[in-house]
Design a protein around this ligand. Sequence first.
Ligand SMILES: Nc1ncnc2c1ncn2[C@@H]1O[C@H](COP(=O)(O)OP(=O)(O)OP(=O)(O)O)[C@@H](O)[C@H]1O
Ligand SMILES: O=c1[nH]c(=O)c2[nH+]cn([C@@H]3O[C@H](COP(=O)(O)O)[C@@H](O)[C@H]3O)c2[nH]1
Ligand SMILES: NC(=O)CC[C@H](N)C(=O)O
Ligand SMILES: [Mg+2]
Length: 510
Amino acid sequence: MSVVILDFGSQFTRLIARRFRELGAYSVILPGSSSLERIRQENPQGIVLSGGPSSVYDENAPKPAPGVLDLNIPILGVCYGMQYLAQQAGGDVKRAGKREYGKADLTEYSGDLFRGIQGEFVAWMSHSDSVTQLPQGYEVCAKTEDTPVTGIQNTGTKRYGVQFHPEVVHTPKGGQLLANFLDICGVTRDWNAEHIVEELVADVQKQVGNGKVLLAISGGVDSSTLALLLAKAVGERLTAVFIDHGLLRLGEREQVEAALKPLGVNLVTVDARQQFLGELAGVDDPEQKRKIIGREFIRAFERETAKLGSFDFLAQGTLYPDVIESAGGPHSDKSGAANIKSHHNVGGLPEDLNFKLVEPFRTLFKDEVREIARLLGLPEHIRMRHPFPGPGLAIRCLGEVTEEKLDILRRVDDIFISGLREFGLYDGCSQALAVLTPIRSVGVMGDERTYSYTAALRAVTTDDFMTAEWARLPYDFLATMSNRIVNQVHEINRVVYDITGKPPATIEWE
Ligand SMILES: Nc1ncnc2c1ncn2[C@@H]1O[C@H](COP(=O)(O)OP(=O)(O)OP(=O)(O)O)[C@@H](O)[C@H]1O
Ligand SMILES: O=c1[nH]c(=O)c2[nH+]cn([C@@H]3O[C@H](COP(=O)(O)O)[C@@H](O)[C@H]3O)c2[nH]1
Ligand SMILES: NC(=O)CC[C@H](N)C(=O)O
Ligand SMILES: [Mg+2]
């Protein structure tokens, strides 16, 4: 039993599934054009038609397969999905006079979808088309000032539509609306992290059969959690490989080895410092750096495979944000989204990959992986560790990466991160980092002129790393950090704090 989400290309389709998971409901995302037979295999109790970039009146507008709308189960259309429902039932959809983008207040709302919801309802909008004529059998159940038809319902056939996106966090009461839809469908809400683990274990076993799995492990949250999951799924047929690419932080190799030991996973550490730094020499373009790192990771795994015996499968702790940001690359999803940066484990992978990838977390978000980690008993200090990107300090050393710059950055980073812990601020940030910029500026120290590098500090708060706010760290703390860095790292004479959110910036600088 499930809810089937038909995807018409919205950026937020995965968020619908995510909200259902949070509400304890099992859902499956299928392409919008899936056949009726395929949809029936999932035994759905309800269907969601997602949003999407097309307009329903376009000649080639994507549509659900014939018969889907005749299924005798509740259907919720979101944005494009609502416009499609309205059009199919004989209503009209046109480019609106007033487009809505961002937050809008519902001026009126009522009906089954809004049961139990009171007070103001802030709805996040992203549309240029609107339902201009209500189809027969439907009534309006929500309005905004600019869009008189913002919600529609046909309680007889149990067809519902909303013009806004209930799945995004910027629609604060959207979760309640989706919960109401689940109730209308009669979905039992007993889906939880335990089920997810069972399902992931079964999927891995099905994919891998009797094969051997090499796990790319970094000591980070995702790959450490994956180690525990894979140990459950394939037991002894698992070998974890940790690459020291020379781009790690101060003392990180020893710390990771010590932290992973108690997990009881068969761990091999590979010293690939020369190889990575050699390949990166002279390269200053961020995308090129990322691609080189992605490729060298794979080459390092291949060399280990040659030593350790054959491995068909390479497991990585890839998450959904890595996939969506790497869109368009050789190992990314063909979602039509823009390429923001090639994450080393997705868009940065070489075309000639000789492993089959095992990536059970590919559709999940960080906080969900942390829930799985809790269930699998990952120690808290690993579970709540800030993420550290696979390309490591290479993407925080802007421009060309050299041993000298890495050494400077390591010392700055260590002062900042230890400082956050010392002042009890580490857990309040989702991620913190230091960047070595290529900017040199004039300073005065000990009455002498200096002409040295600028370091940037960055700390953000976020749930899912898709969007982020810069952390409001106390001025006194920042002052202490600036002081310590300039005093202890002689190559730095200026420290700045990054006060940009994501968007418009990203978390890493490259
Ligand atoms: N030094 C490394 N050695 C081996 N594999 C690595 C290394 N760094 C990253 N990886 C692989 O790349 C994947 C993606 O890295 P990413 O940093 O997103 O995840 P993570 O390190 O597991 O967790 P976190 O996001 O908490 O740092 C990892 O899950 C792991 O499979
Ligand atoms: O393993 C990784 N390989 C990569 O290539 C990579 N690029 C960014 N990140 C991490 O992803 C999150 C979002 O980062 P951005 O806002 O910079 O895109 C942040 O947590 C980043 O640290 C990476 N992790
Ligand atoms: N977010 C959406 O689903 C948008 C639907 C349609 N393209 C519109 O502009 O109204
Ligand atoms: Mg990491």
